[in-house]
Design a binder for this molecule. Sequence first.
Ligand SMILES: NC(=O)c1ccc[n+]([C@@H]2O[C@H](COP(=O)([O-])OP(=O)(O)OC[C@H]3O[C@@H](n4cnc5c(N)ncnc54)[C@H](O)[C@@H]3O)[C@@H](O)[C@H]2O)c1
Length: 258
Amino acid sequence: MRAMDLNGTSAIVTGGASGLGAATVRKLTSLGVRCTIFDRNEGGAKQLATELGAGANAFGGDVTDPDDCQRAVDQAAEGGNLRIAVNCAGTGWVGRVINKDNSPHDQGAFKFIQELNVVGTFNVMTRAAGAMAKQEALADNERGVIVNTASVAAFDGQIGQLAYSASKAAVVGMTLPAARDLSVVGVRVNTIAPGLFDTPLLALMPEEQRKILGQSVLFPKKLGQAEYYGELVAHIAQNSYLNAEVIRLDGGIRMPPK
Ligand SMILES: NC(=O)c1ccc[n+]([C@@H]2O[C@H](COP(=O)([O-])OP(=O)(O)OC[C@H]3O[C@@H](n4cnc5c(N)ncnc54)[C@H](O)[C@@H]3O)[C@@H](O)[C@H]2O)c1
């Protein structure tokens, strides 16, 4: 059996200043991976990089901007051995097909969510794959791994999740063709579909509502901690036989209509 040895490799983590991305950065650096934290919150990215020392560096930029993405990937590849790209930058939106007054869902909002969650993931995945393809091959011709972030909303979209579910279903949909495209250069592609995680994104909700949400998880009855996500990324990176897969990480929850 062969596993990718992460020690001494480099990674790029989008949305790495907060939540699931930050937990990923912490886990990967603890395994000896040098992480480039790519986040539009440059201050947050720098703060985490400073805390982690030589194992991390920051890039302030926007994943919807292809030039920013290329520069961030170049920075991550600078020290050589870029093997891991994790896409965590993203956000949600609440809006129904028609509003209470029967007017249509705002088109700008719908497009904004696709641009961030889908095009942002596409931008970084394509550029990171290009950089990985130039790396020396490891055992079994492996060159790297890409982990994208969907959501259980890709499968169990709730009332008001039209834009968000569409974007996350697109991330799920890119997984197999991307893994097939990149098989020739030895780059694996997997997607994690998180359930309900206790991150700043969910902290926007009132405490009482967060408690109720935690109780709705099958088992364990709590919101997920971001560390569970970081652990899974590390496992995906190390397990060379895991490819073209979408993994729900959700305590068994199946979201009801609302
Ligand atoms: N928290 C959950 O329960 C949950 C559940 C399912 C899926 N997800 C998905 O996981 C991902 C991470 O979520 P989180 O909870 O960690 O959120 P978060 O808000 O804690 O972190 C997201 C990070 O992305 C950054 N970001 C946003 N837009 C950006 C852009 N255009 N360019 C660069 N950086 C940008 C933000 O600055 C922030 O640091 C998102 O894609 C989200 O949809 C989260």
